[in-house]
Design a protein around this ligand. Structure first.
Ligand code: NI
Ligand code: MN
Length: 227
């Protein structure tokens, strides 16, 4: 499994045969290294309806004839636009051609902007994505919660991406405990530095992860982690 970061909470995850993109916020993302037209994927996974996660989902799904995988209500939003969707919900898993997806809880909001108004988009989620025998956990936007320990105990997680930006999600202090709860060896900080409000010192976070026996991998946009 190859995990490539494209800024904020956007990752492309691929093996030799398939690729998926999670939270494709590309247009308007000051940290991204790619354009939406260069993305080649089989599926688009969305954690929630906020603009900094849905991003270019519609354009990418259309250009690739890709399926949008999302919590039910958010999937229906895109289904109504004629896109291929696969609705799921919290706790559910499904085996796709590219691998297995399981939706985890995330403590955050959801809602999608339609004509300047916020429409209901169900619950936010995180994703446990298993491809080629490796599991990547994208927590989505979330606060710290105790069941991260349960999720870590029940799944062998090779790498986890955790928000550290604070204000809209957990900050670095809580993210350290979240990483410990999940128990993955490799921890990728996300959802920071994109805007001034969520600026963080990723190197300081990584140093403290090392003190608790975990490896922090502060990927820059365009950098990959091979599992
Ligand atoms: Ni959000
Ligand atoms: Mn966000």
């Amino acid at each position: 499994m190859k995990i490539t970061f494209h800024g904020h909470a956007c990752f492309v995850v691929e093996d030799a045969h398939h690729a998926v993109i999670i939270d494709p916020f590309i247009t308007g993302n000051p940290l991204t290294d790619i354009g939406p037209d260069s993305v080649r994927v089989d599926a688009v996974l969305l954690t929630h309806g906020h603009g900094d996660h849905v991003g270019d989902a519609e354009a990418i799904a259309r250009a690739n004839d890709a399926t949008i995988i999302a919590p039910f209500e958010l999937a229906m939003h895109f289904g109504a636009k004629g896109l291929k969707v696969h609705p799921m919900h919290l706790g559910g898993s499904h085996a796709f051609d590219f691998g297995t997806v399981k939706l985890t809880i995330a403590f955050h909001g959801s809602g999608i902007e339609v004509d300047g108004r916020m429409e209901y988009a169900g619950n936010p989620c995180g994703y446990l994505l298993t491809m080629g025998g490796k599991t990547f956990y994208h927590t989505g936007d979330t606060a710290l919660f105790g069941d991260l320990k349960l999720i870590g105990d029940r799944h062998h997680i090779d790498a986890v991406a955790i928000p550290i930006g604070d204000n809209f999600t957990m900050g670095p202090e809580d993210a350290l405990l979240a990483a410990q709860f999940v128990g993955a060896q490799k921890v990728i900080p996300m959802h920071y530095d994109t805007f001034g409000l969520i600026a963080q010192d990723a190197q300081a976070f990584v140093a403290r992860l090392e003190q608790q026996g975990q490896r922090g991998i502060p990927l820059k946009s365009g950098e990959s982690l091979e599992l």
